[in-house]
Design a protein around this ligand. Sequence first.
Ligand SMILES: [Zn+2]
Length: 176
Amino acid sequence: MIQMNCPKGHGAMKQKEIEKIIPFKGLDIAVIEEDYVCPECGLAAGTVESAGKIQQAIAEAYRKKTGLLSGGEIKMLRQNKGMTQEDLAAVMDVGIASIKRWETGAIQSRSMDRVLRRHLSEGPAFDNITGNRRFSIPRILRVALAFKEALGRSILKKATRCFMRPNISGMPTCLP
Ligand SMILES: [Zn+2]
């Protein structure tokens, strides 16, 4: 834990949790802010670390209020499906940096939220008409990675991206 001294020379400041209502995109968001307060003169100071936490808390609360998946929910649903951040980025055809940002607090657009839900929803693993296992790109990528480990070399090109066109069933389209 860091120690902060009062700039007016009163010695160590005390850490204190302060509840604040912060207006954000037209909503009032309640967050707990960790400040350092001087017991002698009452001067309060935030830290860069607490500013980052506040931003994250605002983004989480905003997403809950507006019905978007929160960062924690995205992570939990992804892990429930056995997907890594790389898997999810690949099936959504976005950069892994986007997945990392959404899971740590950046607010996804409404359209990206729909795409996230489509890939993270709890669909049955088996097609209930044919009984076949549903086609899953993450599963294929995991199989490819297992082959890679067994063979000691990659069977996928590094920049290869596979995706499904909604109206074509069967094998994924892979672009070099
Ligand atoms: Zn002071």
